[in-house]
Ligand binder design. Structure first.
Ligand code: ADP
Ligand code: MG
Length: 219
C-alpha cells in the first residue's frame, strides 16, 4: 500500500512560487486501480512524481508499506523505484534504438527484477508476436503503447503508474490498451494509479480522485 501523508510541494518559477500540493494525502491500497483527474496544471503529474520518488515533498511522507521514500536520497529512491514501480506514459517513452523485445526486457536487465511473464508470452498477450525485432519508429502509436504495457508487466513490480496512458491514442486503440491492462491486472496483484482526462479510463477504475486547490479528494 502507498500512503502519501500530508505532502506539500511548491515550485518556483521566476519570482513566483506556485503551491501545487498543500497538506495533501492519498492512499493507494494493494491491488487497487485508482484514477486521478483534475484540470490541467492542478498537480496531477506532481502527485504521481511524488508517489514515484521522482521528486520529494517539502513536508510530509510517501510510504510504500513501512518505507518512507521521501526520506531517501536520490540514489536510494532510484533503486527503490526500479524495484517497485512500472510506468506507462502518454508519449510511450520507448527507447528508440532498442527493438521491441529489448525494450520489454529492459526493466529486467536494469533493475534485476524477477519475471512475471516470459517475454514471448507477454508479447503474445499484447498482440505483437512477429514484431519482436522491430524498432519503435516501425510501430503505430497503439502498438508502441502495447510494448510499454508489456514492459510494465514483464517484471514483478507491485505498482503501475500511468500518466495519460490513452492521451495519444484514438478511441479504438485506447479501448484495446485499457482492455489489456484490465486483463493483466486480473492475473496479478498489481496496484494501478492512472492520471487521465479520459472518462472511459476513469470509469474502469475502482475509485476516482480529483486534484485541485492543493488537495486530492475522492469524487
Ligand atoms: P498537471 O499534471 O495536473 O497538469 P503538474 O503537476 O504537471 O499539473 O503541474 C502543476 C503546476 O506545477 C503547474 O503550474 C506547473 O507549471 C508547475 N510545475 C510542475 N513541475 C514544475 C517544475 N519542475 N518546475 C516549475 N514548475 C513546475
Ligand atoms: Mg500532467
Amino acid at each position: 500500500m502507498i500512503r502519501i501523508l500530508s505532502v506539500s510541494k511548491s515550485f518556483v518559477s521566476g519570482n513566483e512560487t506556485v503551491q501545487v500540493l498543500k497538506d495533501a494525502s492519498f492512499f493507494l491500497p494493494d491491488s487497487a486501480f485508482y484514477a486521478v483527474t483534475g484540470p490541467s496544471g492542478s498537480g496531477k503529474s506532481t502527485l504521481l512524481n511524488l508517489a514515484a520518488g521522482l521528486i520529494v515533498p517539502e513536508s510530509g511522507s510517501v510510504f510504500f508499506d513501512q518505507t518512507d521514500i521521501a526520506a531517501y536520497d536520490e540514489d536510494a529512491r532510484t533503486r527503490f523505484r526500479g524495484k517497485h514501480v512500472a510506468f506507462v506514459f502518454q508519449q510511450f517513452h520507448l527507447v528508440p534504438n532498442l527493438t521491441v523485445e529489448e525494450n520489454v526486457e529492459l526493466p529486467l536487465r536494469l533493475n534485476g527484477l524477477s519475471r512475471r511473464f516470459e517475454t514471448e508470452a507477454i508479447l503474445g498477450r499484447v498482440g505483437l508476436l512477429g514484431k519482436e525485432k522491430r524498432y519503435p519508429f516501425e510501430l503505430s502509436g497503439g502498438e508502441q503503447q502495447r510494448v510499454a504495457i508489456a514492459r510494465a508487466f514483464v517484471g514483478n513490480v507491485p505498482y503501475l503508474f500511468m500518466d495519460e496512458p490513452t492521451g495519444n491514442l484514438d478511441k479504438k486503440n485506447a479501448d484495446s490498451v485499457m482492455d489489456l491492462i484490465g486483463e493483466l491486472r486480473g492475473e496479478t496483484e498489481i496496484s494501478i494509479l492512472a492520471i487521465t482526462h479520459d472518462d472511459s479510463v476513469a470509469a474502469r477504475a475502482d475509485k476516482r480522485f480529483r486534484v485541485g486547490e492543493g488537495k486530492v479528494e475522492e469524487v
